[in-house]
Design a protein around this ligand. Structure first.
Ligand SMILES: Nc1ncnc2c1ncn2[C@@H]1O[C@H](COP(=O)(O)OP(=O)(O)OP(=O)(O)O)[C@@H](O)[C@H]1O
Ligand SMILES: O=c1ccn([C@@H]2O[C@H](COP(=O)(O)O)[C@@H](O)[C@H]2O)c(=O)[nH]1
Length: 238
């Protein structure tokens, strides 16, 4: 019998992961594969909260160079995460999961607003809660939203699902010599400025002692292996 070592998790899904090998947007075949990985751990009785990124559609900082005001660009980035959340919700429904989106920005005809108590109840009821629109504030990222919501939901661990299989000495997409860390402390990750996750998110996790595991969502079964306590990706602790 498979035994889970975590009861409740916060899964940060990178927006860029949702586009697979495409250049932009959502690749629905990739989305279905990701959902099937989530379904596998939901079947183990894990309570799952998700923060979804928006980098596959819009990144605030990038558009500032094209003449947008930073705050405008960041709101556009947050709205991009709502689009991803809607697509993820429908893919989850098709797979038989029961998702609920809560948004940090109020757009009530589309999704319900973030209400902590309600989100906690959904999790206890076995529903998958998708947090959209990041923190609701410009100048932040969805990594920081993941750390924040993870702490608010009292999760056991923050799992950052991305395109690379852990934290490397430098960006493995650029540096072929980069080597992967199995384990790190938050202080080491911050001091080495490893870029895989922003410093605000790392600091929040460190201060609240919320462990973090960075792994590849494209590696079949990786999510389940982490949940069952196997060594996968990079584990960051205090
Ligand atoms: N030291 C490092 N170790 C691992 N990955 C790194 C490192 N430095 C930079 N990266 C890059 O960081 C990326 C992980 O960030 P990712 O794009 O998943 O997060 P994000 O920016 O939060 O997501 P989104 O696409 O939603 O904006 C990897 O694809 C990798 O190329
Ligand atoms: O709390 C937040 C979260 C996000 N943003 C903006 O959205 C985009 C997309 O988020 P990613 O974390 O890069 O996936 C981000 O570039 C910001 O512009 C935000 O302003 N506040």
């Amino acid at each position: 019998m498979t035994t889970a070592v975590y009861k409740r998790i916060l899964l940060k899904l990178s927006g860029e992961a949702l586009m697979g090998e495409d250049k932009y947007g959502i690749n629905h075949a990739v989305m279905r594969r990701i959902v099937s990985e989530i379904e596998e751990i939901s079947n183990l009785g894990i309570e799952i909260a998700i923060v979804v990124g928006g980098g596959n559609i819009f990144r605030g900082m990038k558009s500032v160079n094209d003449g947008l005001e930073r705050v405008t660009a960041d709101y556009m980035g947050m709205l991009a995460t709502v689009m991803n959340a809607l697509a993820l919700q429908d893919a989850m429904k098709l797979a038989g999961l029961v998702p609920r989106i809560q948004s940090a920005l109020r757009i009530e005809q589309v999704v319900e607003p973030y209400i902590r108590g309600r989100a906690m109840r959904y999790l206890k009821d076995g529903k998958v809660v998708i947090f959209a629109a990041g923190t609701g504030n410009p100048f932040f990222t969805t990594d920081t939203a993941a750390a924040l919501r993870g702490m608010e939901m009292n999760v056991d661990i923050l799992l950052k699902a991305t395109k690379v299989d852990g934290i490397y000495t430098s960006d493995p997409k650029i540096d072929p010599e980069a080597t992967r860390f199995h384990k790190l402390t938050f202080d080491e990750a911050i001091a080495k400025n490893l870029q895989v996750m922003d410093a605000t998110a790392l600091t929040l996790c460190r201060d609240q002692k919320l462990p973090l595991n960075v792994f590849s969502i494209f590696k079949a079964g990786a999510l389940k292996r982490i949940i069952t306590g196997e060594d996968e990706g990079t584990l960051v602790t205090v």
